[in-house]
Design a protein. Structure first.
Lengths: 78, 137
């Protein structure tokens, strides 16, 4: 698997809905197309929310993993 | 996603305002415009001098609900006012005070927190709502 270079990390661990998405949207907004944002979250709602947000905004969810406690998402900006 | 989400806020308790702030922030993150119309007790909660106060909870919360809400706040949950500020930072969120409620509560524009963008009547609210959904909280 090719290594994806992370442009910016959003640490939303401990934040409740909708802050993981709000922080992600704030982080992605000023970045250039193709930039890659990593999101760390503990809100269980973020599993479906991140996927839905990516679908609606056209950004690409390129990776989604979890160690059981923390969900990690890697998103490439449209 | 182009049609706005239109929220009419009537209740002034912290739980209902929190729910409204979450809906607003979610819509803003999706790029959906949000129009908020503040009436009655919701408007009262947006007074600059009172916005940071404890505004209580809806009656159905009960003592157990109070404990649950306090636990979330202690865990660092953003207040509804802070959530709305972030939503405004992110997208097109317009917050208007209902002119009738301004009269009812004897308020002037200068009494309101800076989150509030202006004062309007219900007709202007409907005009801006367009074909978007109207949700009453």
């Amino acid at each position: 698997m090719p290594v994806v270079e992370i442009t910016q990390t959003v640490d939303a661990r401990g934040l409740s809905c909708p802050m993981p998405i709000v922080k992600t949207a704030q982080a992605v907004k000023p970045l250039p197309s193709g930039a890659v944002v990593e999101l760390l979250a503990t809100d269980v709602g973020s599993i479906k929310d991140v996927a839905a947000w990516c679908r609606a905004t056209g950004n690409e969810l390129i990776e989604q993993t979890s160690d059981g406690a923390v969900y990690r998402f890697v998103i490439r900006r449209k | 996603m182009d049609e706005p989400l239109n929220l009419v806020l009537f209740s002034g308790t912290d739980d209902k305002l929190q729910a409204a702030a979450v809906l607003t922030a979610g819509a803003a993150a999706l790029g959906k415009p949000v129009n908020i119309f503040l009436q009655y007790w919701a408007l009262d909660a947006f007074r600059a001098a009172k916005i940071g106060d404890d505004h209580g909870l809806a009656p159905e919360a009960g003592p157990a609900g109070r404990i649950a809400v306090d636990a979330l706040a202690a865990a660092g949950q953003a207040t509804w006012a802070e959530t709305l500020r972030q939503a405004k930072d992110l997208g097109a969120v317009d917050i208007q005070a209902c002119s009738l409620s301004m009269d009812l509560l004897h308020l002037e524009s200068t009494d309101l927190d800076s989150l509030v963008d202006g004062v309007e009547g219900v007709t202007a609210f409907y005009l801006n709502a367009g074909e978007g959904q109207v949700v009453f909280i």
